[in-house]
Design a protein around this ligand. Structure first.
Ligand SMILES: *Cc1c(COP(=O)(O)O)cnc(C)c1O
Length: 423
């Protein structure tokens, strides 16, 4: 079958989410396929930042309790809204910190090696920052990461096997910390199966949702993980360094936060100024200090769009976009040495397509020179993320045509096959 431009345009006509494209700042002549690294700015997120500046201008110190979005309760209020994206109860989610800081907080709160369970299980493919956090938390307990951090191997360097992860869980394991979707291969792990296996063995398990929040629905009421954490600048489109989020299962309410501060406090006690912390008995306990209000502000606007569109529709379109992209790669890029690395089946695929090519770094530079924004990841991987809110099927079609042209005409050879500082 020939996937023509008209075929792509037809898909756009049937697209239930097509109206959202107008809400985002999209540069003329650019096809942006990097929303899994940094989502684009929406007009609503921009407005909520402007409104926040206005509320500071207007209310000064009174902004903590007054105005459209009183700052004192903003992390809790947005946590309640984000709970929908993970299928959790409202007070199981708080908007705070960042992916890495929230991971530190959760390990500090749930890792108790003195019980004899001293090991943390992760994998060899996870994001480096997560591994650095795990190692430093193990060291803070006076233990050696070489001995107590177990990184489960991948068979092919790209994908993980749930059974291998489960086989590593033993009576010395305290925590299992994995990504819901692997940042390179885009593999979506079977969280339900992993949680059941961990719990059968008396182990706590948590997930990094950086590559699944805002693109995949999560049914945490059913899956019942112990904790999770994420950033909001990827598929949640809330801007560089915007405040992240964390989830703590309600069965752990009452656990003392490992890293405490006055924002861990029960709200009505915080200004008693006691030296004995009366920490909150919900996810809010895992905050530390004053929330970064200006970096939370864009999340207000972004979440409105998610609430309107619905995460199920977002996922459906995302799967169709990546499916279309893979079909085009299969039919247009034959004999050009590309390999699709991500799992092909819907149940195991995240929001992006991952391509391997030995000249990946030069190809990414050539794509950028032609107005297509992919991202490059070591070793030799090209990630392409069409985003439901703002990528059209026509753009996916055009991107593959440009890629084909770059390969056939050898344009990529003009660029060095080495990564840039940020890649
Ligand atoms: C993006 C990403 C991070 C980034 O962490 P920050 O603390 O937000 O810098 C961490 N882990 C994974 C898996 C990611 O994809």
């Amino acid at each position: 079958m020939q996937y023509t431009l008209d075929f792509a345009k037809d898909l756009d006509k049937q697209d239930l989410l097509s109206t959202y494209r107008n809400e985002f700042y999209i540069k003329e002549g650019i096809i942006y396929l990097d929303g899994n690294s940094l989502g684009l700015l929406s007009k609503r997120a921009e407005d909520s930042v402007k409104n926040m500046l206005e509320s500071w201008k207007e209310h000064a110190i009174e902004g903590w309790m007054n105005g459209e979005n009183p700052w004192f309760f903003l992390s809790e209020n947005l946590g309640s809204k984000m709970a929908g994206l993970v299928g959790a109860k409202e007070n199981e989610v708080i908007v705070t910190g960042s992916t890495t800081i929230n991971l530190h907080q959760l390990i500090a709160s749930f890792y108790n090696p003195s019980t004899g369970r001293t090991k943390i299980i992760a994998d060899e493919l996870t994001f480096p920052s997560d591994i650095y956090a795990m190692k430093s938390q193990i060291k803070l307990k006076g233990l050696s990461p070489e001995e107590h951090l177990v990184q489960v191997k991948s068979n092919d360097g790209y994908l993980l096997n749930e059974d291998d992860l489960i086989a590593a869980m033993d009576e010395n394991t305290s925590l299992v910390i994995l990504s819901s979707v692997l940042y390179r291969s885009g593999q979506l792990l079977d969280m339900k199966k992993l949680v059941e296996a961990a719990h059968e063995r008396g182990i706590l398990i948590g997930f990094d949702l950086a590559h699944s929040i805002g693109v995949i629905p999560h049914d945490f009421a059913n899956i019942q993980p112990d904790f999770a954490f994420w950033c909001n600048y990827k598929y949640v489109n809330s801007g560089p360094g915007s405040v992240g989020g964390l989830y703590v299962n309600e069965k752990h309410f009452g656990v003392e936060p490992g890293i405490s501060g006055w924002f861990s406090s029960k709200k009505d006690k915080q200004f008693d100024m006691e030296h004995e912390l009366n920490y909150e008995h919900h996810a809010g306990a895992f905050q530390v200090g004053t929330p970064h209000i200006l970096s939370i502000a864009p999340i207000i606007g972004s979440l409105q769009i998610f609430e309107e569109a619905g995460i199920d529709k977002i996922r459906r379109k995302s799967l169709q976009l990546t499916n279309f992209l893979m079909m085009l790669i299969d039919s247009e890029l034959t004999n050009l040495d590309f390999t699709i690395i991500n799992p092909r089946v819907d149940e195991k695929r995240g929001g992006h397509v991952c391509l391997h090519h030995s000249e990946a770094a030069s190809i990414c530079k050539a794509l950028k020179a032609h107005g297509i924004i992919p991202d490059y990841r070591e070793p030799s991987l090209i990630r392409l993320a069409p985003v439901s809110f703002y990528t059209s099927y026509e753009e996916v079609w055009r991107a593959v045509q440009v890629l084909k042209e770059i390969m056939v005409q050898g344009d990529y050879k003009k660029f060095k096959n080495t990564r840039n500082v940020i890649a």
